[in-house]
Design a protein around this ligand. Sequence first.
Ligand code: UDP
Length: 312
Amino acid sequence: MRRALVAGGSGFVGSHLCDRLIDENYEVVILDSLVTGRKKNITHLIEKGVQFIEGNIADDLSYLKGPFDEIYNMASPASPVDFKTMPIYILETSGQGHKNLLELGKRTGAKVLFASSSEVYGDAEKHPQKEDYFGNVNCAGERGCYDEAKRFGEALSMAYKREHGVDVRIVRIFNTYGPRMRPDDGRVIPNFFSQVIQGKSLTIYGDGKQTRSLCYVTDLVDGIFKLMQSNCSEPVNIGNPFETTILDIADSVQRVCGSKNELIFQELPENDPKLRKPDISKASSLLSWKPQYSLKDGLEKTYEYFRAELTQ
Ligand code: UDP
């Protein structure tokens, strides 16, 4: 039986990844600081006997004994709201935190996957974004803490591969949504569903013509799992290339919910990327991966979750 450590395993994406690993018959150890992760995301796994450790990856990890075959670093606050409230913690997580996990990989011989982000491309000047695009990031802006943390985490991963031969994987995650997102997390999908369910106006930042490409969470997890099983240490984009404006997303959410709430327009956050769409030709040729969920099907499942979460 293979043994995996999932840092950030009680978060939104991390908990779905743990579900997948359990389905694949892994022994899973979850390490999470619970700063943005929630224990309720993994109660069903703890009940099945999965080990949960409350801890911060940026602290000394010598208590983790291994053996581990695979280490997944899914640990980081990831909402633009968090960029304002905990920028230092975000930098520490992908800095000292990721270094500690790479050291653990070196010590135990485990492969180490870093959950990077489309944010490494910043406010991209190339569209769609391909892995060989170096990006357009304002390191001193409000999003800089996250963008640079992810860029540093990638650089650190490659440095550990080159200097110590650690077998690393880097996934660049594009916008993802689905059950277990925090309703108050501040991102577009939780905001729109919470606002519709609570009968409030939907908040559109800027003119709403900026684009995003939304991937349903189990599709993302499938790509992450396949990347770990591949032998590719270079960064790989995983996301759904179906591109929509924020206004279209508001419309799709309202159609799924059968609502017609008002829209209110608010100021666009600093350095908010104007266009985002992954080029997934690398994932497609290397991993034979492509997303399965349409936006409508994914939003329907997500609506069920938010309705239960907000009306209980
Ligand atoms: N957005 C919006 N209304 C909201 C939340 C977000 O119009 O209530 C916009 C935001 O400005 C951005 C897009 O939706 O252009 C996606 O934002 P999110 O915070 O989900 O993630 P990002 O892709 O910016 O990291």
